[in-house]
Write a protein of this length. Structure first.
Length: 272
């Protein structure tokens, strides 16, 4: 293992880890045209292990110098590990080291809608879900409840953003995902592959999702919108069915992450 002590937050070797707590700064740096475009940050041993299992290439690791626990066995010996004291870590990243390590990885080539939809039977489609926590919850639920792919419109946040991958417990690395055009135009790849489009909405006039009967082998895309505004009317006008989760006690809607989990479970029942 290549281990190097770091005592200067300005050390150029750890430049990729600077300012992790500043969400807007990191989005600019890691986004298209940014100086860190092409990389992403993973936080914690389990998340890193799942990223490596999914085939992402590890660039470097930052650890607290007091860490006694061995690194995950999947970490290649040639990857540099930078060790800094708690105060230096705080000055580098803007946050304390709570999950054992922070890693920098290459994003690799992004998949296309064709890549993720061919062969898929259940797909989750997101419109304007720009909260990394919600996206991480949705990715974890989709993966655990039988979805084959995740399709995101351009206004959705980055699934590989640090908070999204952490909340998903690294499952976002295993779930095939791709960008599509802004909805409703972005539904075209699903239409071309004969998916039935089901939009989840709190509208009380919508069909109860637990009453939905699917044909054996039917390809289904579950379409969800952002927390609060939900799906746009333009998108709702282009789906095959509007479905709702029946609620009680005067509650009119659920968090989009919770709603996605329930809907994925209901639509996945009876699937082999």
């Amino acid at each position: 293992m290549l281990r190097f002590a770091v005592d200067d937050p300005a050390d150029p070797r750890i430049e990729e880890f600077l300012g992790l707590r500043d969400d807007e700064l990191r989005r600019r740096r890691e986004g298209p045209g940014g100086d860190l475009a092409g990389i992403f940050i993973a936080e914690g041993d389990l998340v890193l292990e799942r990223a490596l299992r999914a085939g992402y290439r590890l660039r470097s690791i930052l650890v607290d110098a007091t860490r006694a626990q061995p690194l995950p066995s999947a970490v290649p010996d040639e990857v540099p590990v930078y060790a800094a004291g708690p105060e230096v870590v705080l000055r580098i990243t803007g946050m304390a080291m709570h999950r054992g390590l922070i890693a920098s990885l290459d994003r690799g080539p992004e998949r296309t809608a064709t890549d993720v939809l061919d062969g898929a039977r259940r797909v989750v489609v997101l419109e304007d879900v720009n909260n990394p926590t919600n996206l991480g919850v949705i990715a974890r639920s989709a993966m655990g409840l039988g979805a084959d792919a995740l399709l995101l419109d351009p206004s959705c946040c980055d699934p590989l953003y640090r908070r999204a991958s952490r909340v998903s417990m690294g499952e976002v690395f295993a779930l095939p995902w791709a960008r599509t055009d802004r909805l409703p135009a972005g539904l075209a790849p699903l239409r071309e592959r004969d998916f039935s489009l089901l939009a989840l909405t709190p509208d009380p006039s919508a069909e109860r999702i637990d009453d939905v009967a699917l044909d054996p082998g039917e390809r289904v895309a579950l379409v969800l919108g952002a927390e609060g505004p939900g799906l746009t009317e333009a998108t709702l006008d282009q789906v095959d069915r509007r479905v709702r989760i029946p609620l009680h006690g005067g509650v009119d809607s659920l968090n989009v992450g919770a709603a996605a989990a329930i809907a994925c479970y209901v639509l996945g029942r009876g699937r082999p």
